[in-house]
Write a protein that binds this ligand. Structure first.
Ligand SMILES: [Zn+2]
Ligand SMILES: [Zn+2]
Length: 252
């Protein structure tokens, strides 16, 4: 359900790189802010320095949506949580992601900072599992997860359709082409789509030419390409689409 359109919403590409830092880009992390909404989509390993570089106030973030358990999408959580603890965050925080997120979060905390998962936060931290077909609301942020296809390990893999303050933001997450991207992104005000390769079709990732074949059906109002490999980054001047860069803001 969409609420009435309010003031402008901003989507900041805190990090839009792939897993391997192609082009010197930070791992995936998008910051969405509106009149009341303030959340992150993904929090890759390099996200805390990327947030700090842009002067983003982490204490104002209410929600972090995680698409899957690869390090370039959720490996920044231990740094973010410890930083929140040391900077005496008091505001509650919700971290929501695919089934298993509670265990995965504990494991990554322990792997990076031993005993950190046992430290009780000074703030109220909720970790929420999301599943396809089960929309959830976090305050005024309505999240519908869709299953996507991204290999055998690090899942379940979710794309998100987020409806808030009268806008729809869709994010493909990492995925090869799958029909669920159509309902996930249909008529969205902003569709953030991975475009790992230009026309090379591989398992687990999306190529731009494959995506292009479906854009007429998806009918998103704006498209921004992200998670690009060196193959795509070498073609930026020739592409007919908006491509993300670290620090870029899109207003919707
Ligand atoms: Zn990735
Ligand atoms: Zn991935």
């Amino acid at each position: 359900m969409q609420g009435p359109m309010q003031g402008p919403m901003r989507v900041r590409f805190v990090g839009c790189g792939d897993a391997f830092g192609s082009g010197g880009r930070y791992n995936t992390c998008f910051h969405v802010t509106g009149e009341s909404a303030n959340f992150l989509i993904d929090c890759g390993a390099s996200s805390l320095p990327a947030l700090k570089r842009l002067g983003i106030v982490r204490d104002d973030i209410d929600l972090i949506l995680i698409t899957h358990f690869h390090g370039d999408h959720f490996g920044g959580l231990p740094f973010l949580l410890l930083d929140a603890q040391f900077t005496r965050r008091t505001r509650p925080l919700v971290i929501a992601g695919p089934k298993g997120i509670e265990t995965r979060l504990t494991q990554v905390m322990e792997a990076l900072f031993e005993n950190s998962s046992r430290t009780k936060q000074r703030f109220d931290l909720s970790v929420v599992a999301l599943a396809p077909g089960q929309p959830r609301s976090f305050g005024a942020v309505n999240v519908t997860p869709f299953p996507v296809v991204h290999g055998e390990s690090g899942g379940p893999f979710l794309a998100y359709r987020v409806e808030t303050e009268g806008r729809v933001i869709a994010y493909s997450a990492d995925t090869e082409w799958t029909e669920t991207l159509i309902p996930a992104a249909r008529n969205a005000d902003l569709f953030i789509a991975e475009a790992y390769y230009y026309d090379k079709v591989v398992k687990n990732h999306l190529s731009l030419t494959t995506l292009e074949a479906h854009l007429a059906e998806i009918k998103a109002k704006r498209l921004v390409l992200t998670h690009m490999s060196d193959d795509m980054l070498g073609r930026l001047d020739t592409l007919a689409h908006t491509t993300a860069s670290d620090g870029m803001t899109v207003e919707i």
